[in-house]
Every structure is written in structure tokens, then in C-alpha cells.
Design a protein around this ligand. Structure first.
Ligand code: CU
Length: 120
């Protein structure tokens, strides 16, 4: 009986260590973005699914943020914001390249303050 208790305790200790370990490996970043509809949500979440080091991404249309859980050491906040910009969306107030934004479906084009109206 005593042996069984010891084994159970060792198991519990092992699981606790594992849980702490994974908390140390992952971090979650909130990025302000310019998503406008469900299609944007799908585009962004799918886009991050292909990003190196990203474990999970979810878009909140109510406060217009993307919450990205990533593996530390594999990627970093700058790279994640860069990936979002490449998808054509704003990241923490930084505007995407006009050409990436232009690739978005027309319903997904948030009213971003681009200042290059010269070619109209
Ligand atoms: Cu959209």
C-alpha cells in the first residue's frame, strides 16, 4: 500500500513538472488587427496555422485582436506581427503593404488609412 502511494505521488509530481514545462515553452501574444468579418477570421487563423512556431491563433472580432499562442525560441512577437501584415491585416497600428492588402477579398478590406491616393 505504501509503495502504491509513493508511485501515485511520483506520478503527480511528474505531471506537475510537465505542466510547468509546457508553460515555459509557450507564450501568448495579443495583436490588435483590422479583421472585419468571419472570412477574415478564417484567413488569419489559417494563415497562422502555417506559421512556424505557432501552436494556436484565434481572432476576436469584438475587440479586433488576434491571440496567438506560440513556442518560445521558434518565433517571436515581431515575426508574428510580420506574418499578420503579410496576410494583409494591420498589426498593432502598423499598416500592411498595400499590395498584400489589395489581395484580400473586397469584403475583408478594413478602412485603413493608407495615404497613397496618388494613383487614382
Ligand atoms: Cu473579412
Amino acid at each position: 500500500m505504501k509503495t502504491l502511494t509513493t508511485i501515485v505521488l511520483l506520478f503527480a509530481a511528474g505531471f506537475t513538472t510537465m505542466a510547468q514545462d509546457s508553460n515555459d515553452k509557450f507564450s501568448t501574444l495579443q495583436i490588435e488587427t483590422s479583421a472585419v468579418c468571419d472570412m477574415c477570421v478564417a484567413t488569419i487563423e489559417k494563415g497562422f496555422a502555417f506559421e512556424k512556431g505557432v501552436k494556436n491563433a484565434s481572432v476576436n472580432l469584438d475587440d479586433n485582436t488576434v491571440s496567438v499562442t506560440y513556442r518560445k525560441g521558434k518565433t517571436d512577437p515581431d515575426a508574428l506581427r510580420g506574418a499578420l501584415l503579410k496576410m494583409g491585416y494591420a498589426a498593432d497600428g502598423v499598416l500592411p503593404d498595400k499590395k498584400d492588402y489589395d489581395n484580400l477579398h473586397h469584403c475583408c478590406k478594413a478602412d485603413l488609412p493608407f495615404d497613397d491616393h496618388g494613383d487614382h
